[in-house]
Ligand binder design. Structure first.
Ligand code: SAM
Length: 267
């Protein structure tokens, strides 16, 4: 299988079957998308927007938030996973889902005034090419926005350790592509030729009603896909240990750092 097919398969495994449960428990990605779109709106100002592009759109949370914040005539939502994309645009005929790779967008040059991506860049296998592609599809003076998850409270880090330890012991070894590392957004945009790069950081607070709701939420994320790839007994052991640890926490608040970078294309 070539690079494209292999990455597509990994992303379908990580996200394709989570599309319906993905944001069901708490408004995690919709909140992040709203903050990301607000960043784009503050940066872009009041110029007319015909087309906005959401890359790594998943179920279209950013596409919907861009529609709300910027009122473009249309948002093109691009994702490599058909499973995720099926959910994008379901409720809005001005969101147009398009199957495609961030590194080779199936869009013409200079077709959009605003383009961006919410929490997806770390999943792209070629983030630098993806940043260049965002520059290519934007018109001169267009606005790019990227958001990326930063850290969470230390108390939640135990889960990644549990999964990593269980994966190391699994006969097939660690699942590939499931726990990617963040990408530095400022450098990515500057290296791709964007100008006036600005970054902001905020902490969002999410609350779970109990440890079971937290676990259902985890299972709907890409971490859930990593757990599902473990042998059944190992996955059950991770679940038992995780629920026991979370049940012991004084509160079930998750403080999530969100980084938002905006920039402009040159004249
Ligand atoms: C964490 S999800 C974020 C989804 C969405 N931005 C949201 O806020 O709901 C990452 C998404 O990136 C997509 N993705 C990964 N690699 C991609 C690529 N090379 N091209 C396009 N989409 C990609 C995945 O399929 C997945 O839907």
């Amino acid at each position: 299988m070539g690079r494209d097919g292999e990455h597509r398969r990994l992303m379908e495994a990580a996200f394709g079957d989570t599309a319906t449960t993905y944001d069901a428990e708490i408004a995690f990605f919709t909140t992040i998308a709203a903050r990301t779109a607000a960043g784009a709106a503050a940066r872009h100002g009041s110029g007319r927007i015909r087309t906005a592009v959401d890359v790594g759109a998943g179920t279209g949370a950013l596409a919907a938030a861009l529609r709300e914040a910027l009122r473009p005539e249309r948002v093109i939502a691009v994702d490599i996973s058909l499973g995720m994309l099926r959910a994008a645009g379901r409720h809005d005929d001005r969101v147009l889902p398009v199957l495609g790779d961030a590194a080779d967008l199936p869009l013409p040059d200079r077709c959009a005034e605003v383009a961006g991506s919410a929490t997806s860049v770390r999943f792209f296998d070629q983030p630098r090419r993806a940043a260049a592609e965002l520059g290519r599809v934007l018109r001169p003076g267009g606005t790019v926005v990227l958001s990326e998850l930063g850290g969470v409270d230390r108390k939640w880090l135990f889960l990644a350790d549990l999964v990593r330890r269980a994966a190391r012991r699994a006969p097939a070894g660690p699942p590939r592509g499931s726990l990617p590392r963040p990408v530095p957004l400022t450098e990515l945009l500057a290296d791709a030729g964007f100008v006036d790069v600005e970054t902001a950081e905020e902490t969002l607070v999410f609350r779970f009603t109990d440890e079971h709701q937290w676990w259902r939420w985890i299972r709907g994320q890409s971490a859930g896909a990593a757990i599902r790839q473990l042998p059944a007994a190992a996955a059950e052991a991770v679940e038992r240990a995780a629920l026991a640890t979370a049940a012991g926490f004084a509160d079930l608040e998750l403080h999530q750092v969100l980084r938002i970078a905006t920039a402009r294309t040159g004249p």
